[in-house]
Design a protein around this ligand. Sequence first.
Ligand code: MG
Length: 159
Amino acid sequence: MKIRVGMGFDVHRLVEGRELWLGGVKIPHTLGLLGHSDADVLIHALCDALLGAACLRDIGYHFPDTDPRFKGIDSRKLLVEVMRLVREKGYEFGNADITVCAEQPKLNPHVPAMQAELARCIGCDPDCVSIKATTTERLGYTGRGEGIAAYATVLIEKQ
Ligand code: MG
């Protein structure tokens, strides 16, 4: 069996007047993430990790933010398409480990729902999608609440 790893990183700015979508789940909050799509930073990091593992460039290459087709798009659709590309290249999903850095809101209560939603999009067991929430101890742009960052590591495998 051939295994490959990939890593992804993304940041989006927190602003007023936007919904907050993380891991395919709408989270009640006073601010939301700004972006061309729904700005689901967690899914974007996961997509980049998957594309990286399969050596398929990056999310901006496949879904450019200048393309009106992707304006306001539900990032779960991007994840489904990324998994199609990964499988087209002969790989199957192994597992993912994701870390989200946000000062606010508290994300831990939403983790099971995010795991279930991502597993549904990927077509895997929720146990294969680990999501960890952390703050950055009020340091830097995430600590000041200016944005949310996400890191993802994935493993894919080919029989
Ligand atoms: Mg992004």
